[in-house]
Write a protein that binds this ligand. Structure first.
Ligand SMILES: [Zn+2]
Ligand SMILES: [Zn+2]
Length: 170
């Protein structure tokens, strides 16, 4: 999309099509050694978590026989509410990608089962990012490990105030 990539030696940089799909046919056929993909993907809200900015995806793919090795990283900013005190949370999520998928296996198992990450020789970068980020989001986001939450009796935020219901029923 108008960007010019400076390709490292030996790498083929793919300038992303708008649909976030990469043709890995050449890679699987052995015509190409390595495929590097940089993309930014807007993710839909997931379980109360929103993504204020597109997620950055950097992938390096290599075919070795029937195996497609995918390494790289995904960086996301996530936004949500603390599961205990409802405070706004904004935090950065960095994921290292290190996956091996069998080409043509239809992904019966592994991290991308039941997904459309790989269909034929198309790798769906948006779907891959969605799968990885959504499986890494902690269930029940917390503003901090020891968030004391809201008192179920008086509704006071126990991180910032001391309520009178102390010690009893909490
Ligand atoms: Zn909290
Ligand atoms: Zn209270």
């Amino acid at each position: 999309m108008g960007r010019v990539w400076r390709a490292p030696v030996g790498a083929f940089r793919y300038v992303m099509a708008s649909a976030h799909k990469v043709d890995i046919g050449g890679l699987l056929a052995g015509n190409r050694q390595r495929l590097v993909v940089d993309d930014r993907v807007a993710l839909a809200p997931f379980e109360g978590v929103t993504f204020p900015e597109p997620v950055s995806v950097h992938l390096e793919m290599q075919a070795s026989g029937e195996l497609l090795e995918i390494s790289g990283s995904v960086d996301a900013t996530i936004h949500g509410d603390c599961g205990r005190c409802l405070a706004d949370i904004s935090s950065d999520l960095h994921l290292d990608v290190d996956e091996q998928v069998e080409a043509g296996s239809n992904l019966q198992n592994g991290p991308f089962e039941d997904s459309n990450v790989l269909a034929g020789d198309r790798l769906d970068v948006a779907d891959l990012a969605t799968q990885l980020v959504c499986s890494a989001i902690p269930i029940g986001l917390l503003c901090k490990e020891d968030c004391r939450g809201i008192c179920p009796r008086c509704g006071e935020n126990r991180n910032t105030a001391k309520c009178e219901c102390n010690g009893d029923n909490n």
